[in-house]
Ligand binder design. Structure first.
Ligand code: B1M
Length: 210
């Protein structure tokens, strides 16, 4: 019988082969893809997020778990009928203009994907205009901004201002983070949320979307 607990554990321990074979077994037994995603893959990534927050897991363990989650997700995603599993939100994520650091941003994206959010990864060196476009043309309802340089942090404010100017500020929640970023900076520039690490970013987005 399909064992979602074992699947979650395979994700937590980053065992890609076991995660894939348990996922395939569940599919073969007729378990619904939404069940596999929610009760196996997302459930596992939630535990990974908690362990990361509590310093029981470090970056490599999170990356290995995310890789197991993503490859198993690849097996179930094509089986999802249109609209069968609504994403919890559509998040455009990117490292801000002038900034090429992407390791933390990628971790945040993986954790959010593991949390059930659809990710539009705008990669690095992303201009305020590109973020605006992600809202107005791609329907993203969350924007997640990462900055690692004190010199590129002002681009976070430019992005919030550009959303206001484009008249789409009320359609989107803005979450910011990165090593030099603080809650008080988020308050200062009018962002909706701040997260100190990748797992907290998932909590922050969940809270903002209610
Ligand atoms: Co750069 N770099 N770097 N660098 N680099 C730092 C950031 C620096 C602190 C090093 C130092 O001087 N001690 C310093 C910044 C100083 C400052 O502004 N205060 C610095 C500098 C100066 C530079 C260059 C200017 C160096 C130069 O060329 N003279 C240059 C800039 C290039 C550019 O971006 N335009 C540069 C280049 C590089 C590399 C290309 C060599 C490489 C990046 C490779 C890559 O990302 N693909 C690099 C690296 C690796 C670092 C350090 C060593 C590590 C960053 C990292 O990946 N950490 C870094 C020093 C350090 O932090 N110890 C440094 C691991 C990652 C998991 O953590 O990104 O903090 P982090 O993400 C965390 C949280 O911050 C949070 O969650 C993540 C996981 O918990 N988080 C979010 C991140 N984004 C979030 C978004 C959220 C929420 C949470 O919501 C949306």
């Amino acid at each position: 019988m399909a064992d979602m607990q074992a699947l979650a554990e395979a994700v937590i321990s980053g065992n890609k082969d076991v995660a894939e074979s348990l996922t395939q077994a569940a599919i073969d037994e007729g378990v619904g893809p939404a069940d596999v995603i929610n009760n196996g893959l997302i459930a596992g990534m939630m535990v990974v997020g908690e362990k990361f927050k509590n310093n029981e897991f470090y970056v490599p363990e999170v990356l290995i778990a995310a890789r197991a989650m993503q490859s198993a997700m690849g097996l179930v995603k094509p089986l999802l009928a249109e609209g069968e599993m609504e994403a919890r939100g559509r998040v455009a994520i990117g490292t801000v203009k002038g900034d090429l650091h992407d390791i933390g941003k990628n971790l945040v994206a993986m954790m959010l994907e593991g949390g059930g959010y659809e990710i539009v990864d705008l990669t690095v060196d992303v201009s305020p205009e590109q973020f605006v476009e992600a809202v107005s043309a791609q329907g993203c309802n969350v924007i997640a901004l990462s900055a690692l340089l004190t010199t590129t942090m002002p681009s976070m404010k430019d992005t919030v201002d550009a959303l206001v100017e484009a008249g789409v500020r009320d359609q989107v929640k803005v979450v910011i983070g990165g090593a030099p970023v603080t809650q008080s900076y988020a308050d200062e520039i009018g962002a909706d949320g701040y997260a100190p690490d990748a797992a907290s970013a998932v909590d922050s987005v969940a809270e903002l979307l209610g």
